[in-house]
Design a protein around this ligand. Sequence first.
Ligand code: VTB
Ligand code: MG
Ligand code: MG
Length: 322
Amino acid sequence: MERSLTMEIVRVTEAAALSSARWMGRGKKEEADDAATSAMRDVFDTIPMQGTVVIGEGEMDEAPMLYIGEELGTGAGPRVDIAVDPLEGTNIVAQGTWNALAVIAIADHKKLLHAPDMYMQKLAVGPEAVGKVDINASTIENLKAVAKAKNKNMEDLVAVVLDRPRHAELVEEIRAAGARIKLIPDGDVAGAMNTAFDDTGVDILLGTGGAPEGVLAAVALKCLGGEIQGKLVPANEEERNRCKEMGIADTNKVFYMEDFCGGDDAIFAATGVTDGELLQGVQFKGVKATTQTVVMRAKSGTVRFIDGDHSLKKKPNLVMEP
Ligand code: VTB
Ligand code: MG
Ligand code: MG
């Protein structure tokens, strides 16, 4: 993989964030998603690479762009696999709340898990707790392990959990253990990634969210030296068959870092669409707009924060207006 891709993909997530941010608070999640997707699609084809979408907006017949199997890039350059979530948190943008991201992960060909579009139980932690947690252990055991690894008291810990009825029991377990909770409306990629940044104040992500988002989070955590573990949660017969077709007969199979993203290299970029603990969202300031992006590479371990100041006068097409 080429290191120059690291900088190139920032342009892609920035474009997606800029276009979808125009939809903030308008109550239209599909439009926000479409804006991000088509902006991302347009910029991808200016990048010298031979990319294949392995995690995208869906199968070819249901997604007009960034569908699984779609080829991206100019065709010259490294052969890579690409996972995208042009807008991770469509509802977040529709409502104008926290932590919507435009996200891309890239790895060498055949190194990303082709996660099916179904639920996945996840446990994510930052570097200090790597190797000390186990998705098959009890909630309290994992919380204790993280507290010990981070030299914190249990009551100092913050667990991020998607605010869903399915997490009622999990929430009770965390409360009973004495840790604190941040319930989030959507956006568990941000939740997982934030566990690896001390200043975000979150220590562990627990609960069930999308499997594709698990792969994106895994690439982020690979770059950051953190860890995610996951277990597919097929909801019905069709999804169980889907798992079997993938060769996962046993849905108790735990996906570890190497399963999500093999090899030693991968890159990850996320631009804030709405404000979050780590990244500020897009701000429109008349003739310019600002973005904040985190971009990182597993091989070198370099993590960069990039502030973009975009001239809407010189590049009026950069933001697709609603
Ligand atoms: C999570 C979250 C996403 O979906 O994966 C969640 O990260 C899980 O699905 O932002 P449900 O909404 O069905 O609970 C999102 O909220 C949307 O992709
Ligand atoms: Mg999406
Ligand atoms: Mg998503």
